[in-house]
Design a protein around this ligand. Structure first.
Ligand SMILES: Cc1ncc(COP(=O)(O)O)c(C=O)c1O
Length: 402
């Protein structure tokens, strides 16, 4: 008998995705070109942003966006040491660009209902030195964006929305990632769309956009609006190799762009399928005769239209000691699972290197999410009845484990 398997994602690519990727390979032009540009334009328009810049990952998108805040060409830039607020439940590469740009992270706890930043606690962490927020929209949900934007405005803060887990979600019908100066997205495996690796940054300011383009490609002026000025001023230098500032190489390939573009066109359909599967799992669990509140689930505020990519669970406190054995049990029985982002990042060994000063009591909820949380996949084809029953059976077995 075939072993039961419930992965974080299954059948990521359909035939047309493969066809689009293969067409690029056959053309032999694999480096960034027309398809990437077309996808960027389509992506920006579809989300309601002026500009989009594709990258080779969501991490690169975060690095680019944060680096613009410190770039010499930037109109509104931060000084070294400026404080940047970030939720403790974040990904490593939401955090590292802050340090890589000589800025100071200030961590804030999150809410238990949504896993997103706690706005009351955030307000208390704002000082004269606070200049920006790197928000993380966790697993397809967000905090109260109306309230957050009031805080941003009142305190004149820059906002980067790490939307790597929430492509397609909206708050009050406005897409997440388009509220701030920058929004970033990931197309990594198991995210809402995937090109294996890939990412995007969106913004509304033309200068920011041009800096992103330069930063993405070595810091040169080629393909930016700065080019004509520098070409004239430095006419002795080959115009294709004019470097105007710091830079990386974070470009995607045309293959990634072709696959992600093709998938992006059916994002709404993929979102609906994941939503449906989530409802089926939730319904079946709660109606099961063995259901005894073994788990808690995130609450979806009425202003949010979520875009799920995983299904998070919080284990009931009475089973907390069984968590390790339970996750091992799920893995052994074919159910892939993982932590909610990376738990409370302050507990990670890497964070110890920087000796961040914080009071443990200020991060009670982030610790709870680390101690009680995990998530499983939500697939982009309707879950089969048999698989659903198996999944539920294994999940509800938590009480029987020793
Ligand atoms: C919140 C968040 N930010 C950034 C990233 C990084 O994205 P990528 O894996 O495309 O580099 C992830 C990865 O899953 C993430 O969850």
């Amino acid at each position: 008998m075939k072993k039961f398997s419930y992965k974080l994602l299954s059948n990521a690519f359909n035939q047309s995705d493969i066809k689009e990727g293969t067409k690029v390979i056959k053309s032999k032009y694999l480096t960034i070109s027309k398809i990437t540009k077309k996808f960027e334009k389509y992506f920006a328009k579809n989300l309601g942003s002026k500009y989009a810049v594709m990258t080779n990952s969501g991490s690169s998108a975060n690095l680019l966006a944060t680096s613009v805040l410190r770039n010499p060409l930037s109109i509104k830039k931060l000084k070294p040491g400026a404080e940047v607020i970030i939720p403790a439940v974040c990904w490593s590469t939401s955090l590292w660009p802050i340090l890589q740009n000589n800025l100071k992270p200030v961590f804030v706890d999150v809410e238990l209902d949504t896993f997103n930043i706690d706005l009351d606690k955030l307000k208390k962490k704002i000082t004269k030195k606070t200049k920006a927020i790197i928000l993380v929209h966790v697993l397809g949900l967000s905090t109260n964006m109306n309230e957050l934007m009031k805080i941003i405005k009142k305190n004149k803060l820059e906002l980067i929305e790490d939307t790597c887990e929430s492509l397609g979600a909206s708050y009050n019908k406005k897409k997440l990632g388009t509220y701030g100066r920058f929004g970033t997205y990931s197309f990594y495996y198991s995210h809402q769309i995937t090109s294996g690796e890939g990412g995007m940054v969106v913004c509304n300011n033309k200068i920011d956009y041009n800096i992103l383009i330069s930063l993405r490609s070595h810091g040169w002026s080629r393909n930016t609006d700065f080019h004509s000025y520098y070409k004239k001023k430095f006419s002795n230098i080959n115009e294709n190799f004019l470097f105007i500032g710091p830079g990386y190489n974070l470009r995607p390939t045309e293959i990634q762009a072709a696959i992600a573009f093709n998938q992006f066109k059916r994002l709404n359909k993929l979102m609906k399928l994941r939503k449906k599967n989530r409802s089926l799992i939730l319904d079946k669990l709660k109606k099961h005769h063995k259901w005894d509140n073994q788990f808690d689930f995130v609450k979806v505020h009425k202003s949010i239209n979520p875009s799920w990519f995983g299904m998070p669970f919080l284990i009931n406190k009475r089973y907390i000691k069984k968590k390790k054995a339970f996750l091992k049990y799920l893995t052994k029985n074919g159910i892939e699972n993982r932590p909610i982002i990376s738990g409370n990042f302050l507990n990670q060994p890497a964070s110890k290197l920087y000796k961040f000063k914080f009071k443990k009591d200020d991060f009670k909820i982030s610790n709870q999410i680390e101690d009680r949380g995990f998530f499983i996949g939500l697939h982009t084809s309707k879950i089969k009845e048999n698989d659903l029953n198996k999944l539920i059976e294994h999940l509800l077995n938590i009480g029987n484990l020793s």
